[in-house]
Design a protein around this ligand. Structure first.
Ligand code: EPU
Length: 419
């Protein structure tokens, strides 16, 4: 269990280098069993979740090597089933179902349970795979997926909370090698899914209407190796963008694809935080902002991302009035609210909406992270608060933010890890 100590209330400023997108990296890694050829991924962030996925691939016999910012993965002749602690540690391991069943006709994985952000069912993943001809059985807490031959089909992947990111990835990875044409309706349109489509396309997959909620996939007999550079991490970028006004600083964030950040830029604008958008960067001018309150709802892309809901709650504590943020993707993703209240925030949870009263002076306090994004929001709150804070259980934050503390120190933050 790791902790950090943060001395808050200091203005921060400077440039932040945004790394490759964690979730795009996880989807790409999960697709590597689709070919015997080596696959090269550029810009794969060195993060706990990525390392866990690499451990799972190595457990199947994969060979992985790193050189500077490139990672080579070769899954030739992989065998066995993903198992061991690594699989149970990380929910994204479920993304391997599609590629394993497409390549070998079978996949067995422990059924992922709920987690700190609430229940995380995989019914839509299984529904999509079933439509493609898979038999699915649940035995001893494991999902067994088998298929003699995957067949293209028309299928609908929407659920109560909209589309599914990893579910779309799973079905895509199976459909690219299925016989015939697949139409995925209500496919997730997140940039990470689009990046996976481009990755698969470069491997020889035939995918049409990429980025749209209806994807068409024409199955092919085999895929080949690829060299692919991941998109920049829009959630890491958003986390720093929301920190800028909290730390009264100007942040230059790059590389960035502003077209992935429409909802975030709109939210900043509504809150009166100036931002300058360049072709490959975003500058957030957080000095002397008088923050306006706002009302936001998290939604699947291009809506406001659920992964920035916690960080947005912190910014809302500093707005001049009552702000509301409604969580429509993970209705239970509010474990951070209690910790923010400990620092002086005034937040009432009504159903799926956090009602945030601002402006409130935040003061340093001992806190604990319960999940990745909720943990990162505690860093932001601690940096905005007067005095010293500690954040325990920051191993959750390590799963998703590469060199987070180093990047914060470069901006002027006083932050240290407590052994
Ligand atoms: N859902 C179902 N049935 C399913 C799948 C999903 O009901 O079969 C529901 C979920 O419970 C949720 C909603 O649909 O209410 C959306 O879930 P989705 O499947 O899109 O989430 P995910 O694919 O498991 C990915 C990211 C998450 C991110 C969400 C939403 C990866 C590895 N994870 O999860 O990232 O919050 O999409 O954008 O890509 C994070 O990085 O901290 C993180 C949690």
């Amino acid at each position: 269990m790791a902790s950090v100590r943060i001395l808050g209330g200091r203005p921060l400023s400077g440039e932040v280098a945004i790394g490759g997108a964690k979730n795009a990296g996880l989807l790409a890694l999960a697709a590597t069993p689709l070919t015997d050829d080596p696959v090269i991924i550029e810009n794969l962030p060195r993060l706990e979740d990525i390392r866990t996925m690499e451990t799972i691939l190595c457990g199947l016999g994969g060979k992985i090597s790193h050189r500077e910012s490139t990672t080579q993965i070769c899954m030739k002749d992989f065998t066995g089933d993903p198992n061991g602690e690594a699989v149970t540690q990380m929910r994204a391991s479920v993304c391997l179902l599609g590629s394993l069943v497409a390549r070998r006709g079978r996949a067995v994985l422990p059924l992922p349970g709920g987690c700190a952000i609430g229940p995380r069912p995989i019914d839509l993943h299984l529904h999509g795979l079933q439509k493609l001809g898979c038999e699915i059985a649940l035995r001893n807490g494991h999902i067994h997926v088998t298929a003699e031959r995957l067949r293209g089909a028309s299928l609908f992947l929407g659920g109560r909370h909209g589309s599914t990111v990893t579910g779309t990835a799973n079905v895509l990875c199976a459909a690219v090698l299925a016989k015939g044409t697949t139409e995925i309706q209500c496919a997730a349109c997140e940039p990470e899914v689009v990046d996976l489509c481009h990755f698969l396309q470069k491997m020889g997959a035939k995918i049409y209407d990429i980025g749209n909620p209806v994807l068409t996939v024409e199955g092919v007999d085999g895929l080949h190796g690829v060299r692919h550079r991941l998109i920049a991490d829009r959630i890491q970028l958003g986390t720093f963008a929301l920190l800028a006004p909290l730390a009264h600083g100007d942040f230059f964030l790059s590389p960035a694809d502003p077209s992935h950040c429409g909802a975030l830029l709109e939210a900043l604008d509504r809150m009166a935080v100036p931002a300058e958008v360049g072709p490959n960067s975003i500058r957030v001018l957080g000095r002397r902002c008088l923050l306006r309150p706002t009302d936001l709802t998290t939604l699947p892309y291009p809506g406001f991302p659920t992964d920035l809901q916690a960080a947005m709650c912190v910014l809302m504590t500093q707005a001049e009035g009552i702000s509301i943020i409604t969580e429509r993707v993970y209705p239970h993703r509010f474990a951070h609210l209690g910790e923010l209240e400990r620092m002086g925030a005034s937040i009432a949870l009504e159903g799926q909406s956090a009602i945030v009263k601002g402006p409130r002076k935040l003061t340093g306090a001992p806190t604990a992270a319960a999940d990745l994004r909720g943990g990162a929001c505690l860093y932001l709150a601690a940096l905005a608060a007067e005095g010293e804070s500690t954040v325990r259980n920051v191993q959750h934050v390590d799963r998703g933010y590469e060199n987070f503390e180093e990047k914060l120190r470069k901006l002027g933050a006083v932050i240290e890890r407590i052994p």
